[in-house]
Ligand binder design. Sequence first.
Ligand code: MAN
Length: 566
Amino acid sequence: MGSTHLSSITLLLSLLAASANAASEAPRPRGVGPEFAKFYKDTEAFACISNPSIKLEIARLNDDYCDCPDGSDEPGTSACSYISPLSPPQPSRVKVGQFNETLALPGFYCKNKGHIPSYIPFTNINDGVCDYELCCDGSDEWESVGGVKCEDRCGKIGKEWRKQDEARQKSLTAANKRRKELATEAARLKKEVEDRITTLRTQIQGQEIKVQELEQSLQEVERQEKGRVVKGAGTGGKLTILTSLAKERIQELTDNLGRVRGERDTARARIEELEEIMRRFKEEHNPNFNDEGVKRAVKAWEDYAAQERPGPDTARDRDLDEILTPDSESAIKWEEYEENATESDVELLYKFEEYLPEPVRAWVDQKLRDFRVLLIENGILADPHTDAPESKAVTDARSQLDSAKRDLDNDKKELTSHEEDVDKDYGPEGVFRALKGHCVEKDSGEYTYEFCYLEKTTQKPKKGGGHTGMGNFARIEKVTVDEDLPADGKGLGAGERWVIKYENGQHCWNGPNRSTQVILACAEKDEIWKIVEEEKCVYRMEVGSPAVCEVRGGKGEAEAPGHNEL
Ligand code: MAN
């Protein structure tokens, strides 16, 4: 028997279970379920359920002849089994006389004491086969056609069913617990993203104001720079050139002075050495030895030594030291002068300002600067800065602005990505958010297959070698499936299922880029049930996961529609 069939039967079973006890009082004709008992109360006559105008003598009930267009006069035989069943509706209905009817009853009612009552199709009544799956009490074979005897097995079957049902409930409870944990974690992660969005929005507002301010400040610094006369190393006014020449000349003179002093000191040392030689020569010569040349030399030395000469001028030497020491107190601080100079030669030209009171002087100075900028901006005065390198003040202002703009851009990008993320479909209650990066594996054929939630799918050769990317996460969708559910419940069953799509994997030789669709159905544990390569390099995985067990309204109980048999 097909599992789809099993599922609809299970549905019927649960439907009947509720009403079974309530209606067991009055004896009912064979095959009538408690919910239809009211139509069979009259002991004299019977009115067809869907066509009450058709009235029959009571003897025609279950007489193995189909009288009612809806088959309601034969609840306990197969006489009306040719009429289309009640549910599900059939596209081509069997016409009975002038009526276009379906059966009024869902089937033959098996009481199944000790288990769960159920309906069995009318075609199965007295067909010589014991249909224990539906009719465990064997009441469908009441006529013992061909001598068939169906013993009542409801005690055993019911016991087994209750055992399995208990396990199913346990499994369902565990799945539900896991699903709830995932939903809580997913909500926490989503809240984190939302909080970050709020922070980023405030941060961006502040940064936009900062960028505006820095833009203004850069403009202001550039404007001030225009009004300033260049004193640095670049081209500029006469004063600049003069300053630069003076600086070079002084350096040249200082270098020469240092060199001359060095030469002087060497010469001085040599003289001292010679004088010492002469002194010793005079002391050590023999005056009794009548050598005219020696006598003349000693006389010349004595005359030389007798002359008065000023000693070394230590004060002047100190001055020289000072001049030749670059960091000395008296050295000119060119850098300071170049960097800190804010005065312009406009000020030098208009010295009369110095006679004005301070506030008026500042006002006049500002007006003159503005006027100068105006002339430059209108092309009346040449811009002295066009060829000059950008000043440090402008460079600093610009780099501050650039850095603020970069920060703003980064925050805007992060915000956009979070805003997109927060609106994305992350499956039921957003649970997949909590599973991102969680991977599940399964061996199949020569490969081990792996799928990682919202990341990628991979094919790994068991014998070793490189892994093959079967796709990167693309999106989450829903798909309708209609498949038989295996006895162990490890399959997709029928209904709407969540599907995670992975695309753009490794290119397939002579084919497309590899792609995978992972279809999920409710299960207690994460598990890949089946992998198929539907077409070359197009894969499909059937996966069980507690993440997709649906929660019943309000009470938080997990349920897998069409997939209840966990
Ligand atoms: C590998 C695997 C297969 C695929 C072929 C295509 O062997 O990825 O799944 O069909 O390549 O060449």
